[in-house]
Design a protein around this ligand. Structure first.
Ligand code: HEM
Length: 206
C-alpha cells in the first residue's frame, strides 16, 4: 500500500509542529491560568518530543532490522522528523522558562543547578544538531565530523530521556513504561549496529 496521504519534507515538519502547538494550546486552555497548566504543558511537550525523538533515533535501525517501504520512508524523512523534535523541545524549553519566571519557588523546589545539568547539556546538543541540519553548516563541518556530532548528540539525548524517565519511576504511572520504551529503543539500536557490523564482516570475508 502506498503512503501517499502522508506529507513529506517541510510539509511533514509543519504538520508535526502544528500538532504540537495545538496540543500545547489545548493543554494550557484546559487549566485555569497558573502553575498546574504550565507543568502539564511541560510534561505534554516532553512526551511529544519523546515520540518524535524515537522516530528519528530509530529510523536507520528500522531499515536494518525491519526493511520495508515504511522504514525507508521514515529514514528519508528523518531530517524533518528531527527538526520537528527540535521544535517540540523548543516549546518544552519556553514553557520551562515561563514556569521558572512565574513560579520560581515551585521551579527550584527540590531542584539544583546540578540536577538541571543533564537537561542543559541535552539542550546544548539539540542546538548544535539543529544548526547543523542545514546545508551550509553541514558542508562546513564535513561528513565525518557531522556524523560524529549527530551520532553523539542523539546518544546524549537518549541518555537524558532515559534519566528523566528513570527519575520518574518511583511516581509509577506512565514513567516505568516510558523508561522501558527508551531502554528497548537503545537495545534495538545497538542490535542494528551489531547486525550492520556482522554484515560488513561477512561481505569482506566473501
Ligand atoms: C534535552 C533536554 C531535556 C529532555 C530530553 C527532557 C525530558 C523531559 C521528560 C522526559 C520529562 C517528563 C515528562 C513526563 O512527565 O512524561 C520532563 C519533564 C520536565 N522537564 Fe525536561 N527535559 C530536558 C531539559 C530540561 C531542562 C533543562 C529543564 C529545566 C531547567 C527541564 C525541566 C523539566 C520540568 C520542570 C519537567 C516537569 C517535571 C514534573 O513533572 O514535575 N527539562 N523533561
Amino acid at each position: 500500500m502506498k503512503l501517499l496521504i502522508l506529507p513529506s519534507g517541510w510539509k511533514l515538519f509543519a504538520a508535526f509542529a502544528g500538532l504540537t502547538l495545538f496540543m500545547t494550546a489545548a493543554v494550557l486552555l484546559s487549566y485555569p491560568p497558573g502553575a498546574d497548566g504550565l507543568l502539564s504543558a511541560i510534561r505534554a511537550t516532553a512526551r511529544s518530543s519523546f515520540a518524535l525523538f524515537l522516530l528519528a533515533f530509530l529510523a536507520s535501525s528500522l531499515v536494518t532490522l525491519l526493511p520495508g517501504n515504511g522504514s525507508r520512508r521514515l529514514l528519508r524523512e528523518r531530517r524533518f522528523v528531527g527538526l520537528a523534535f527540535a521544535f517540540s523541545h523548543a516549546l518544552h524549553g519556553l514553557l520551562i522558562y515561563r514556569y521558572a519566571q512565574q513560579f520560581p519557588e515551585l521551579f527550584w523546589d527540590g531542584q539544583t543547578i546540578t540536577s538541571n545539568l543533564p537537561g542543559s547539556i541535552g539542550y546544548l546538543f539539540l542546538l548544535l544538531l539543529t544548526l547543523t541540519s542545514f546545508k551550509t553548516p553541514m558542508r562546513l563541518l564535513g561528513r565525518r565530523a557531522w556524523k560524529a556530532l549527530h551520532s553523539t548528540g542523539m546518544w546524549v539525548l537518549a541518555g537524558v530521556f532515559c534519566l528523566s524517565f528513570y527519575n520518574g519511576t518511583p511516581k509509577g504511572g506512565w514513567y516505568p513504561l516510558a523508561f522501558a520504551l527508551i531502554f528497548s529503543a537503545i537495545a534495538f539500536k545497538l542490535t542494528a549496529k551489531l547486525a550492520r557490523q556482522q554484515r560488513r564482516t561477512a561481505s569482506a570475508l566473501s
